[in-house]
Structure formats: structure tokens, C-alpha cells
Write a protein that binds this ligand. Sequence first.
Ligand code: IMP
Ligand code: MG
Length: 172
Amino acid sequence: MPELVPVLSKTDIDSLVTQVAHRISNDYRNHDLVLVGVLKGVFVFLSDLIRNLDIPVQIDFIRVFSYGSDITSSGKIQLTKDIDLDIKDKDVLIVEDIVDTGLTLKYLIDYLKSYHPKTIKVCVFIDKHERREADVVIDYCCHHVGKGFLVGYGLDYNEDYRYLSGIYHLKL
Ligand code: IMP
Ligand code: MG
């Protein structure tokens, strides 16, 4: 049986999301901010994040398929759902659940730049360092971990565990 080791409780998460939302609200007050969430994992974090902001924002989603095994990405990425909003001259914040190799985010930053936004920055719930390959700047991050495969709070392993309200280290 896989073992789930607690990493962040719901209370921990609430406090981390409140803090990052406060920073984003202050930095983007009086800007035209569009949050672009990376499906599917981000849906839980994004819905908490927007309800803790005190500035108006627009929301869109993008989705990519990254070839690889259950727990590692190969870096070969295919766009499977594009954004619908016009982000030209807008301030864009890509919102992602977790960054691992960084290859997905690098692809998305380069891709979204082709729409000529005014600025483009990145907010992730978890920054996982161990396997970083792409040089991406993470502007807003709630929590850092060294390594391990994490599930819960939107994060899945083969589509399971997304519903858990905390974050757990999955030991297979
Ligand atoms: P990257 O391209 O290696 O940075 O991978 C990014 C994507 O891989 C994330 O958006 C997740 O969907 C998935 N991923 C990476 N690490 C984990 C993890 O620990 N748990 C669940 N999904 C992960
Ligand atoms: Mg993801």
C-alpha cells in the first residue's frame, strides 16, 4: 500500500495562500491582471488564491500534456488547451501547482510571450528543487521542498489524491 506522509495541513495551506495573495494584491493594485492557471492540478490553489486577493482579476486556463512516466516529465510538451482571453498588453501571472524540472513553465512562458503581454510572471504553490533543468524565475512561491513526489490539494498521482485537503509525500 502506498504511504501518505503529511507535509502541509489545511491550516498551513490557508496561511501560505493568504500571505502570497497579500503580496500579489499589493504588487498588482491598479494593474490589468490576468491569472492563467495551468490545468488540471492548479484548480484548487487558484480558487483559494483568487478568494484571498483584494484586487480585481481576470482568469483563464491553459493545459499542456507532458510526455513522461507517472512521476517524471520528459520535457516534451504539447499544448492541449489554449487561453481564450486576449492578453496583449495585460499583466499576466501564470499560476501553477508545482514546479519540478521547470520545463513546463519555461515552455508556457515562451508560448504566452507570443501574445505580447505587458508583463509575465509566475506564481507556484510548491517549488521543488531537486530536478530543476530549466532556468525559470519563480516570482511568487508558497512553499519550497527539496524532493519527493507530492499529492493532494489538486496534485495527483495517476489522477488519484487530488481531493485531499492537505499536501502529502507519496511513498510508493
Ligand atoms: P515540470 O515540467 O517537471 O516542472 O513539471 C511540472 C508538472 O509535473 C506539474 O505541473 C505537475 O503536473 C507535475 N508534477 C511534478 N512534480 C509533481 C509532484 O510531486 N506531484 C504531482 N505532480 C507533479
Ligand atoms: Mg501541473
